[in-house]
Structures are given as C-alpha cells and as structure tokens.
Design a protein around this ligand. Structure first.
Ligand SMILES: [Zn+2]
Length: 98
C-alpha cells in the first residue's frame, strides 16, 4: 500500500468529497484516512460542513456564496473539533466522566 502522506491527503480530502479524484487517488485518501486519526478528523469536519451546506441550501446556491459559507463553516467546525479534543483530554486526565 502506498501512503500519500498527511499533507497530500488533507489537500485531497476536499477534492475527494467533491468527487473530483480518480479511483487511484480516492483509494489513496481512503487508505490514509484509515490509518491516520488527524486526517480522519479533518475529513469528518469537511464532510459535516458539506452535508450541512447541501441540506440547508441545496445545489442552487451561487458558487461564490457557497464557497464563502463553506470556508467559514470549516473554520468553526475545526474550532469545535479542537474544543471537543480538549474536553476529552480533560476528562481523561481528571478521570471524571460527569
Ligand atoms: Zn495523515
């Protein structure tokens, strides 16, 4: 199995979700995500944002507005993911779950 590396994988995640990659490159991304937690969480953030934009706005939206909304949502989602990790870390450190 050839691993495309984190930089390449994260660059490709966006194209992967837009279904702009050929089969070989898609497979590289899938293989990498299966073995890399960092890139996997990156992927979930992007996927969540894409789903959110699609559900609420559909395909009719002006591409410029879509791009700007997606960029903002990705920034917010990345921040939420960081907070989630921090909270999870706190729970593990203190040993409390409630
Ligand atoms: Zn990676």
């Amino acid at each position: 199995m050839s691993d495309c590396g984190c930089d390449e994988a994260q660059k490709r995640v966006h194209d992967f979700l837009s279904q702009e990659l050929d089969d070989q490159k898609s497979q590289d991304v899938i293989d990498h995500l299966a073995n890399c937690d960092d890139c996997e969480s990156e992927y979930y953030v992007e996927e969540r944002v894409k789903t959110l934009v699609k559900l609420n706005l559909g395909d009719e939206i002006n591409p410029e507005l879509r791009q700007s909304l997606e960029a903002r949502l990705i920034a917010v989602a990345a921040e939420i993911a960081r907070i989630e990790q921090e909270v999870a870390g706190q729970i593990n450190i203190s040993g409390e779950t409630s």
